[in-house]
Design a protein around this ligand. Structure first.
Ligand SMILES: Nc1ncnc2c1ncn2[C@@H]1O[C@H](COP(=O)(O)OP(=O)(O)OP(=O)(O)O)[C@@H](O)[C@H]1O
Ligand SMILES: [Mg+2]
Length: 433
């Protein structure tokens, strides 16, 4: 479980302890730099892991360099700020600009501390949205969009993001890690199978569900702590922040062959409960999926608030989107049905852009079987070598695979702008929903 970070000046230790006690009584974990001083790295790491930041606003904290660094880090990470005024501090320019717009709570109002705890609790309990990247057509850019658009989201808009590789081909995992690294992780069940079945990650004396193709483990289990399951893509030397991956593996194909519907229903429930659990650890969860309609498709659709369907500007992709919309409508109950956004990917300049323009004008609505024109995202991704999958280089950190962080090559700037534009439009769509 993540914590609330308390940014404070060392001089406000009494107020800090009072707040710490109030949060403890409300069972909200907190973290603050101890009075004997902690390193900047520790503070930054703790901010990156936090679900929100409380700022104790005082005459001393307004002057504190550490508090200013905290707020700057939080801003860069898109972290929710909850300032709390504890004396009659005169705000300087930085505080007026960065903190004042969020400042509503003060210790001088009756129930001030209670309100602060209530607001923090609300942020703590918040469950993040889930996006499934899906099209029932292969090779349209699902995996590319999952890694590059959401990598750009994390880099440019901040927030804690979890990517889940739900495709048994596990291309998303191989985007970031060499095959043997991915397979070694799966060999320990530190991978997607642990969202579905009780594994060695949950109990050491359990046998691996990946070892047995013919049986499904329906034993209930408590999802493990995030840190035990995920790979941190923004590791050492990276610009920081949280972009995690639940790595994939081939063995989840076994669900396609399972013949016991009651057991499969339980396995699906495990998956949904696991996702529900991790929704409070992140600001966004993104699931990369397989191109054919299977049990895994249903799991992703039931977990998702929104489906993002990349499509090429051609009739084959259109058919995939048509089928996808049909599956969503026919298989998922109306009260749990995800919204659908369609994203043009790998759009070239030639005749394909005519296809795009026609689609935006509604010319393909009838063929799609729904109002495709209004499901289309305004932003689109061009065809570009910068978005072509490149195998990870040996010894190179995972985050270097992200276009948003991959140096200064020619033509990179417009591609990054496109990735950011898609991320921003999607963020607004999710906030509106
Ligand atoms: N915008 C783009 N510009 C250039 N190449 C792209 C672009 N998007 C994807 N590609 C390339 O197209 C190929 C297919 O992309 P990707 O693997 O993301 O598709 P997918 O939908 O996940 O495929 P699958 O259905 O097999 O999972 C890859 O080689 C990728 O590098
Ligand atoms: Mg893929």
């Amino acid at each position: 479980m993540s914590h609330v970070y308390i940014s404070h000046s060392a001089r406000d230790f009494d107020a800090l302890l009072e707040l710490h006690e109030a949060l403890r009584a409300a069972s909200i974990p907190d973290w603050y730099v101890p009075n004997d001083g902690g390193s900047r790295e520790m503070a930054d790491q703790s901010i990156d892991d936090a679900f929100a930041m409380i700022i104790l606003v005082s005459a001393a904290s307004v002057r504190s360099k550490a508090v200013r660094q905290d707020v700057e880090r939080a801003k860069a990470r898109g972290l929710k700020l909850i300032p709390y005024q504890i004396d009659k501090a005169r705000l300087n320019g930085f505080f007026k600009h960065e903190v004042l717009p969020h400042l509503r709570l003060s210790s001088t109002t009756p129930e001030g501390l209670k309100q602060l705890v209530a607001e923090t609790k609300q942020a703590y309990k918040k469950k993040c949205p889930v996006v499934a990247v899906m099209n029932l057509k292969g090779g349209v850019g699902k995996t590319t969009v999952t890694s590059q658009v959401f990598g750009a989201w994390q880099g440019a808009l901040g927030g804690r993001i979890l990517l889940i590789d739900l495709d048994p081909q596990y291309n998303l995992t191989q985007t970031f890690y060499e095959m043997d690294v991915a397979d070694a992780s799966a060999a320990q069940d530190r991978s997607v199978i642990s969202l579905f079945e009780k594994s060695r990650l949950h109990a050491r004396d359990t046998s691996s569900p990946a070892d047995s193709w013919l049986t499904l483990s329906t034993d209930p289990f408590a999802p493990t702590r995030r840190e035990k399951l995920v790979h941190e893509l923004m590791g050492e030397g990276s610009p920081g922040g949280r972009l995690d991956l639940v790595s994939g593996q081939f063995e989840i194909s076994k669900y396609a062959f399972a013949s016991d519907p009651a057991a499969l229903a339980l396995i699906k429930e495990h998956f949904l409960q696991s996702i529900e659990r991790y929704r409070s650890d992140y600001d966004l969860i993104v699931i990369d999926t397989n191109p054919n309609a299977t049990f895994l498709t249903r799991c992703a659709l039931e977990a998702a608030d929104r489906v993002l369907a990349p499509m090429h500007a051609d009739i084959y992709s259109l058919r995939g989107v048509r089928l996808l919309n049909q599956v969503i409508k026919e298989q998922i109950a109306a009260d749990n049905r995800p919204d659908l956004s369609v994203l043009f990917n790998a759009v070239g300049r030639s005749e394909q852009s005519t296809f795009e323009a026609d689609a935006r004008n509604g010319a393909y609505n009838a063929k799609a079987g729904f109002d495709l024109a209004s499901s289309l995202m305004r932003a689109a991704l061009p065809r570009s070598g910068h978005l072509q999958v490149k195998a990870p280089k040996e010894g190179q950190p995972a985050w270097k695979q992200l276009t948003i962080h991959s140096g200064r090559g020619g033509g990179l700037k417009p591609i990054r702008e496109s990735l950011k534009a898609v991320a921003l439009e999607l963020k607004l769509l999710l906030e509106d929903a």
